[in-house]
Design a protein around this ligand. Structure first.
Ligand code: MG
Length: 295
């Protein structure tokens, strides 16, 4: 018995992929009077001087700097509402959600749908509170546990850039609940979202492990860069990844409005994937590999 496998997933990194700024700088530091320069300097001291992982370093420095003023997760979630994104967002998330603005009547007849997912090494609770959240099936990111008073107190989940790939497999297997073991065996034909139905959008070297998983498993990937950066830092990272390192096939400016290069790439990938799913289903019916339900 095989699963319908008619969901197309678009999976995004967050910082620099959906937003030109870092989420802590944008909404957390202003709310708590934290100096950005000192904050990130302390983080790099922990990373370079004491061998910390980047994500644990920022979580520790945040807890240290907040001291007695540690907020609740609910307070942090409210700050997420102030997050801003690249042009065309959150509109594109709404327009693509479920595939209604993208797919044909035939696609819909085959039950094909489009879902958004976000995998970030930033703070999940901020994205949960953002204007993107209503259109996203699942958001994965670093999380804080809370003390008896509900204030954040210790890292509960850390997603480093190498660990991000685990969440691609969670999406692939439909294991969105953290209590499920992502390493449990599941036959490819019953995985809800096969990799060829997946599109990964990231911005740079921290997304290389995910780009590699997509490439190995016949998924699709796009590296995006900030077109308004006059120094072209993001563009050069993307150019390097596609032209010299052969990590990703497509690069595009991070502009999600209609008729942009990125939007056309995403629409083309979704359309071709949907057409392929229809062809496979027709073939399966013709060759009799799909049996009618018994009851
Ligand atoms: Mg990023």
């Amino acid at each position: 018995m095989s699963a319908p496998q008619n969901t197309i997933a678009i999976v995004y990194d967050y910082d620099q992929t959906l937003s030109p700024s870092y989420m802590q700088d944008e909404v957390v530091f202003p709310a708590f009077g934290i100096n950005s320069e000192i904050f990130w300097r302390r983080c790099s001291e922990l990373v370079r001087g004491q061998g910390y992982d980047n994500e644990l370093a920022y979580m520790k420095v945040l807890l240290d700097q907040l001291g007695m003023d540690r907020p609740t997760n609910e307070e942090l979630k409210k700050l997420g509402a102030k997050l801003n994104f690249y042009k065309g967002l959150p509109e594109m998330f709404e327009e693509f959600c479920g595939g209604k603005g993208l797919l044909t009547a035939e696609h819909a007849a085959y039950g094909i749908t489009v879902e958004h997912y976000i995998i970030s090494s930033g703070m999940k609770v901020l994205i949960d509170g953002s204007r993107l959240a209503p259109y996203v099936r699942a958001i994965f990111g670093c999380e804080f546990a809370t003390d008896n008073e509900g204030r954040i107190t210790f890292p509960k989940r850390v997603i480093s850039h190498t660990q991000k790939t685990q969440f691609l497999f969670r999406i692939n297997k439909g294991f969105l609940d953290m209590a499920q073991d992502v390493n449990d065996h599941m036959d490819p034909e019953i995985r809800p979202i096969p990799f060829p139905n997946m599109i990964y959008v990231g911005d740079g070297p921290t997304d290389v492990p995910c780009f590699t998983v997509m490439k190995k498993n016949a998924g699709q990937a796009i590296a995006v860069y900030n077109p308004d950066d006059s120094q072209r830092v993001g563009f050069k990272k993307c150019y390097q990844l596609s032209t010299h390192a052969d990590r990703v096939k497509h690069i595009a400016p991070a502009d999600y409005r209609r008729n942009t290069h990125l939007r056309m790439l995403l629409e083309q990938m979704v359309e071709e994937t949907a057409n392929r799913i229809v062809e496979q289903r027709k073939l399966a019916v013709e060759t009799g590999t799909v049996r009618a339900p018994k009851h």
